[in-house]
Design a protein around this ligand. Structure first.
Ligand SMILES: [Zn+2]
Length: 111
């Protein structure tokens, strides 16, 4: 199977996803080997895809030697920090909305 550049570029994302049949995959690979322009596109796609699906940081050093109570306390602390951060973000957003609302009101009613 010979692919032209348009077909190869259309198939690059499917190629990266592993969604192509073996023969189509081989045709794309062959085209990328022989076509520097498409190979460059492929490398950019691959780089972007790698960034987009970066895995979340794994939880490290889970250790139950101190007992489950310690782990549980650590997880609860982490959770409350996250909730606190989200609450802080919500508060800042609400404050910004309230300030702009009050300013608008003041302007409209000549205050
Ligand atoms: Zn090409």
């Amino acid at each position: 199977m010979n692919l032209n550049c348009d077909a190869a570029l259309d198939l690059i994302t499917l190629y990266l996803d592993g969604a192509l049949s073996a023969s189509t995959r081989a045709a794309v690979r062959e085209h990328l080997r022989s076509c520097p322009a498409c190979r460059r596109h492929y490398q950019q796609y691959a780089h972007t895809a790698k960034l987009a699906v970066r895995k979340p940081e794994p939880v490290k050093n889970i250790d139950l030697t101190d007992g489950y109570g310690t782990l549980s306390r650590k997880l609860k602390k982490q959770h409350s920090l996250r909730v606190g951060f989200l609450a802080g973000c919500a508060f800042v957003t609400l404050a910004a909305v309230a300030v702009s609302f009050l300013r608008g009101k003041k302007g409209r009613f000549g205050g």
